[in-house]
Ligand binder design. Structure first.
Ligand code: ADP
Ligand code: MG
Length: 463
């Protein structure tokens, strides 16, 4: 019937516009490398902020003592304490707790958000078990992982450039987030000092390096997406301070804000962006990360319902609700291996209020999920290739036995198997077999929390 003709036409158009042939991915990778250079050259020269992290030494294994970490991501925040025992013993003990952030706090006031965090921290401190107390007369020290763009002014201070993901709290922008947290801790009676402020990518890089010396970069694929890597300090032309002894500096790319005319952008992405909390910003992130993938799929299905009556004569009302289809639900449908696609059927019913779907309809849904997830995975791979190229590790050097490990973390990478596999396959294909042998993608499970604690240790006031 003409209904199916229309549906298939919309699907084909989507597939065409989301295409990521190798040539295009190479252009994306090269554009990423170019922007990296520009962002390092001078302030404001690129969409990539290429933020200086003030981390010029990564963990060595010698870190010692009790340290706290607090990880404010997008959906949850985690509090963690670890007892570090040096090279031999490493992480002797650790305890953590996870708290979700009430949505109203993401768009409320700065004081409300930081009070809520400090309160959770106070509760967590109260549960210190035997052997996990600070030494007498020593203040507790904290590594603060804050996964939003911050202009650091030192290892333990930095001002918020802007919120991303679902956050929008005007009075925090331009403020020192460590000062905000410290004031809240004072109000809530938490006696603790922030000794390191780190982006989650930087934390993940530090956590990865603690266990493996070959870790050179970290990428987060979670609610949002971002990357950090180790740069030669002399290559950071916008840095006018003294060069660090190590000769190195970790750069927080803020790659979520990357954009390029080579990115396969569709009408759905453009509409999503226009209606978002941060129009014009984080375009790469909006094509890749967990906050948005399900929402792109919803927009495609909405058009299929509206223009081709995919779900009958009227558009199901729930399908009109932005962000109702979450990426974990999309992922569950995408991975449905039952012959009659019963996971798809139940998600359509439970999430979108669409009962009695035909198998033909369910198959279309899986196809849409596949197109959107694959595109995100492929351009993530291209981004990683961009970093590898910037470091000159995309070619083999005669006589050198070089290995490069990239630490990956985030809920999307961890739980969306098809996304992860597609990304890894795409990166291999881009690198070619020989070079691919030297590049390792490694899951760094909650590396950012441990990483922040490690950086808190190496910047302790008691050293
Ligand atoms: P954050 O990025 O907020 O620090 P995480 O790294 O834990 O937090 O990532 C959480 C995100 O991961 C969720 O917002 C969701 O988009 C994505 N996610 C979680 N579970 C799944 C899943 N099963 N399939 C796909 N994506 C998932
Ligand atoms: Mg996180």
């Amino acid at each position: 019937s003409s209904k199916w003709g229309r549906v298939m036409a919309i699907l084909k158009e989507l597939d065409d516009n989301c295409g990521t042939p190798l040539g295009k991915l190479r252009q994306v990778a090269d554009a990423m490398t170019v922007e990296m250079h520009a962002g390092l050259a001078s302030e404001g020269a690129s969409k990539l902020k290429m933020l200086i992290s003030y981390v010029d030494n990564l963990p060595t294994g010698d870190e010692h003592g009790l340290f706290y970490a607090l990880d404010l991501g997008g959906t949850n925040f985690r509090v963690l304490r670890v007892k570090l025992g040096g090279k031999e013993k490493r992480v002797v003990e650790q305890e953590f707790d996870e708290v979700s952030i009430p949505p109203e706090l993401m768009v409320g006031t700065s004081e409300q958000l930081f009070d809520y965090i400090a309160e959770a921290l106070a509760k967590f401190v109260a549960t210190e078990s035997e052997g996990l107390h600070p030494e007498p007369n020593k203040q507790r020290e904290l590594g603060f992982t804050f996964s939003f763009p911050v202009k650091q002014t030192s290892i333990a201070s930095g001002t918020l450039i802007r919120w991303t993901k679902g956050f929008n709290i005007e009075d925090t922008v331009g403020e020192d987030v460590v000062a905000e947290l410290t004031k809240a801790m004072l109000r809530k009676g938490v006696d603790m000092r922030v000794t390191a402020l780190v982006n989650d990518t930087v934390g993940t890089l530090a956590g990865g390096r603690y266990y493996k010396e070959d870790v050179i970069a970290a990428v987060i694929l979670g609610t949002g997406t971002n990357a950090a890597y180790v740069e030669r300090a002399s290559a950071i032309h916008k840095w006018h301070g003294p060069l660090p002894k190590s000769g190195e500096m970790v750069i927080n790319m803020e790659w979520g804000n990357f954009r390029s005319s080579y990115l396969p952008l569709t009408e759905y992405d453009i509409a999503l962006d226009e209606e978002s909390l941060n129009p014009g910003e984080q375009i790469f992130e909006k094509m890749i990360s967990g906050m948005y993938l399900g929402e792109i799929v919803r927009r495609v299905l909405y058009r299929m319902a509206d223009e081709a009556s995919l779900f009958g004569d009227t558009v199901p009302s729930k399908l009109k609700t932005p962000f109702i289809l979450r990426t974990p639900d999309m992922s569950a449908m995408h991975h449905d291996t039952s012959p009659d696609l019963k996971v798809v059927a139940s998600k359509l019913k439970d999430v979108l209020g669409i009962p009695n779907s035909s198998l033909k309809v369910r198959k279309i849904i899986v196809d849409v999920c596949d197109v959107i997830a694959s595109r995100g995975a492929c351009i993530s791979a291209a981004g990683i290739l961009g970093i590898i190229k910037k470091l000159g590790r995309d070619t083999l050097k005669q006589g050198e036995n070089q290995k490069s490990v990239i630490a990956l973390d985030g809920g999307l990478f961890e739980h969306y198997a098809k996304f992860r596999e597609c990304m890894e396959d795409s990166l291999k294909e881009l690198l070619g077999d020989e070079v691919a042998e030297t590049i390792v993608i490694e899951h760094s499970n909650d590396g950012s929390g441990i990483g922040a604690a490690l950086l808190a240790a190496s910047h302790s006031q008691y050293l």
